[in-house]
Design a protein around this ligand. Structure first.
Ligand code: SF4
Length: 312
């Protein structure tokens, strides 16, 4: 049995949640304000390809981010108001989520990052990007921002398996991820890695292998996504041509727990399932009930008498 003191240290959860981590760091509720900086992605604008990653939504995987047609201050105010319906009090992490948020001339990025951290109530910043979009001048800028505020960089990995990354039209691979991670860590910048469970063509063992590999790397945070098949994505066309099976809810829950068990306890868990707009989701539809999935994970962690880091 996990020692009771450690469970209490994670606010009663059997994994090290972002919510708990931020409360500990800032002494109050802190939540992310997802923003759309109006940038693009080299995998969409023709630099690498035009289609984007097969699973990426039309809004550049920022479906809950602010409205791209509005300026940053307006987006910030609008998203903040929506978030405060859920939590009346709190401070904010400005979160550049949609598209590739290091893909612009460095002066433009400097302006965007500084503008975000100057918004009232912001205590930190998160920047989502792809591993192949971190040139030296951007790394210098991130280092500068890291000295001004609490920062983490979200790096999409999704899978370590090259055939999958090719099939998903990602145009980067595990080696690109390793290089980007090393560069960020050399500058003492925290990272949060994204992985997707349920990518077509991957076995449960393939997904575990990605998890095991990540668990041995110098990451500070992890987002586990369930693959969501969304309308308007290249993956929808692939699925229509050649339907693939979605993970079943029980299968997903057990897999997430297997991954938690091998992750070091200090790695912060930013997400344990996906989120996508109801009207865009094709499947798996069971994922719409996000709270049920999270409750099942908590329930099975107890039943299995296990926790994050049990087998580290
Ligand atoms: S790198 Fe990110 S923004 Fe670009 S296509 Fe892939 S998922 Fe979408």
């Amino acid at each position: 049995m996990k020692n009771a003191k450690e469970i209490i240290q994670w606010g009663g959860k059997r994994y090290h949640s972002l919510n708990h981590h931020l409360r500990g760091k800032f002494g109050q509720k802190v939540f992310k304000i997802p923003l759309d900086a109006g940038l693009s992605c080299p995998n969409r604008d023709g630099t690498l390809a035009t289609g984007g990653c097969a699973f990426c939504s039309l809004r550049g995987s920022g479906d809950f981010a602010g409205d791209r047609s509005k300026n940053l201050e307006e987006q910030f105010a609008q998203v903040k108001t929506i978030m405060h319906r859920k939590w009346s009090q709190g401070k904010y992490i400005a979160y550049y989520q949609a598209f590739t948020n290091t893909y612009a001339p460095v002066e433009r990025l400097r302006y965007l990052y500084n503008l975000a951290i100057q918004q009232p109530g912001v205590v930190g910043m998160a920047i989502a990007t792809r591993p192949d979009c971190l040139p030296e001048e951007v790394m210098d800028l991130l280092e500068e921002i890291n000295k001004k505020t609490f920062l983490w960089v979200e790096l999409g990995l999704q899978t370590i398996h090259e055939p999958t990354s090719q099939a998903m039209n990602m145009h980067y691979n595990f080696s690109d991820f390793q290089k980007a991670l090393n560069k960020l860590r050399a500058r003492n910048i925290e990272t949060c890695t994204h992985m997707i469970l349920g990518l077509p063509g991957e076995s449960i063992e393939d997904m575990k292998q990605t998890g095991r590999t990540i668990a041995h790397m110098d990451i500070q945070g992890l987002k586990i996504h369930l693959l969501h098949l969304m309308k308007g994505t290249p993956l929808e066309a692939k699925y229509n041509e050649n339907p693939f099976a979605f993970l079943e809810p029980g299968e997903y829950v057990e897999l997430v727990i297997d991954l938690l068990e091998i992750l070091p306890p200090q790695v912060v868990i930013h997400r344990l399932t996906g989120d996508s707009p109801r009207d865009l989701l094709i499947g798996p539809t069971w994922s719409l009930n996000k709270w049920e999935v999270l409750n099942q994970i908590d329930h099975r962690l107890m039943e299995r008498d296990t926790w994050q880091g049990k087998y580290v």
